[in-house]
Design a protein around this ligand. Sequence first.
Ligand code: 13P
Ligand code: SF4
Length: 331
Amino acid sequence: MNNNSVWKSKGFAAEPISEDLNLVEEIERLKKEKNAIIMAHYYQDKAIQDIADFVGDSLALAQQAAKTDADVILLAGVYFMGETAKILSPEKKVLIPDLNAGCSLADSAPAADFEAFVKKYPNHQVVTYVNTTAAVKALSDVVVTSTNALGVINSIPGDQPILFGPDRNLGNYLESLSGRKMVLWDGACHVHEKFSIDKIADLKKQYPEAELLAHPECKRPLLIMADFVGSTAALLKYSIKSDKNTFIVATESGILHQMQKMAPGKTFIPAPPLDSSCGCNDCEFMKLNTLKKVYLALNYEYPEVFVEESVRIKALRPIERMLKISEALKF
Ligand code: 13P
Ligand code: SF4
């Protein structure tokens, strides 16, 4: 169902919003009126990042969702991020701008198939990346994000076998860093897998002084080529601190907005995918969200994220375990 038919099926106005409406002012008004917080992932459109009360990576969004005292959380990101917020703060109303904002990585691990896979490895600790459905989290012993994944893996005793899913690239990368062999689910993010090594190599020739920054969801050859690998938050931090002035950035292009804001004198070049006319790599799910949809979601308090209570309780445990380990490791 597209967003317009969703509005219609709820009996909400599907008619166009007046051109005169100042969306930013209206969003600010609604935020105060409803005691709402807007939390946005780094992959969101600039306009959304700029009106958000909080912008962060997957871990920071979960940490913020667990501690906010707002009554309403508008999670500008993708569906699994809304679910994570709801699992952590069930008493709050969690809204997302577009119900169709899914995730190819989360979709690569359907819960029934993942459950059958887990059953084949009964003595394994089930470690899942946060980019999964609530139902997959409910099958897990501990959840990780790209910021804390290595720390969480290292916190598990060395003789304890691990099953990791759903991202095979992050899984391979963690194996290489930790020196541990894990049973891996064969899933991936279509955005991070489509960077073109050849085009990036050409860019490196053109900008020999540039550092290549890559997210661990990228394929192995790109990670080997990279000067620094990390989560969106880690890439941002690195680019600010580095004494280099030019960076080729291999992750979703939304992060460049914060990089440019936080290090205005530096040059950030989006790493190109195989097939793009603009030369940057966008996640079409993340980019479904617009300022107008943020306004509509806050105004109508719809679409709302729900997680079935029995699933929520099971999914909460591995997320809380991740937050506890992250706190101990000072993430
Ligand atoms: P992080 O926010 O952990 O960097 O992950 C990126 C991502 O793919 C979110 O969908
Ligand atoms: Fe999912 Fe990839 Fe989009 Fe992140 S960038 S939300 S992992 S599809």
